[in-house]
Design a protein around this ligand. Structure first.
Ligand code: 5GP
Ligand code: MG
Length: 182
């Protein structure tokens, strides 16, 4: 019998749901300590939607009342690795001029996505821009950028789950894992 693709796919857990929840609480307290008034959270879609949803509730728990908007940027897998171009697939609705903005993304890898989002919002007149990522793959950087708030340093593997996909699959997993073919 031919094994199905689902049956032949195994996910190795890297960060459990409990570890993620704990670490998001830590990050939320760091963000609160930065005293960013009138905060606008900008979640970079699609990958950050689960992280952003948990983060804004953690921000509520530490006394913040952020507004939230969404910016859909092209995934790095759609561009060739060498071109490294980032495109806006769907723009945000709210104006950022004169506001404290917190850009939220799932993974910081080459840095191109986050640098693009930062430059875009700076050009639109944001007063101050902070960045927050769930995962940092530090050694993959092509652009000089660091996140202001990071939940986890990430090993050099392709991860899925907790909003992140491989070919549109696995976003629903409550943990971050690594796809291992068996
Ligand atoms: P960068 O522009 O920093 O190279 O890439 C960041 C984006 O690439 C992330 O926001 C994420 O969407 C995607 N990405 C990078 N590494 C991974 C990975 O291991 N798994 C998944 N699912 N997406 C990734
Ligand atoms: Mg992303």
């Amino acid at each position: 019998m031919q094994p199905s693709q689902a049956a032949s796919t195994e996910i190795r857990v890297i960060f459990t749901a409990e570890q993620i929840a704990t670490q998001i609480g830590v990050v939320a307290r760091q963000i609160a300590a930065a005293k960013l008034d009138n905060l606008l959270v900008v979640a970079v879609l699609k990958g950050s939607f689960v992280f952003a949803a948990d983060l804004i509730r953690a921000l509520h728990n530490v006394g913040l009342s952020p507004e939230i908007d969404f910016l859909t940027l092209s995934s790095y897998r759609k561009a060739t690795a060498s071109s490294g171009t980032v495109q806006i697939l769907r723009d945000m609705e709210l104006l950022v001029a004169d506001r404290n903005v917190l850009i939220v993304d799932d993974i910081l890898e080459s840095g191109r996505t986050l640098a693009f989002a930062k430059d875009l919002l700076a050009a639109r007149g944001a007063r101050a821009i902070r960045t927050c990522v769930l995962l940092d793959k530090k050694v993959r950087r092509a652009v000089q950028i660091d996140a202001d708030f990071t939940a986890f340093d990430c090993p050099e593997v392709f991860v899925v789950g907790y909003g992140m996909d491989a070919g549109h699959r696995f976003r629903e997993l409550p943990y971050v894992g690594h796809v291992v073919k068996t």
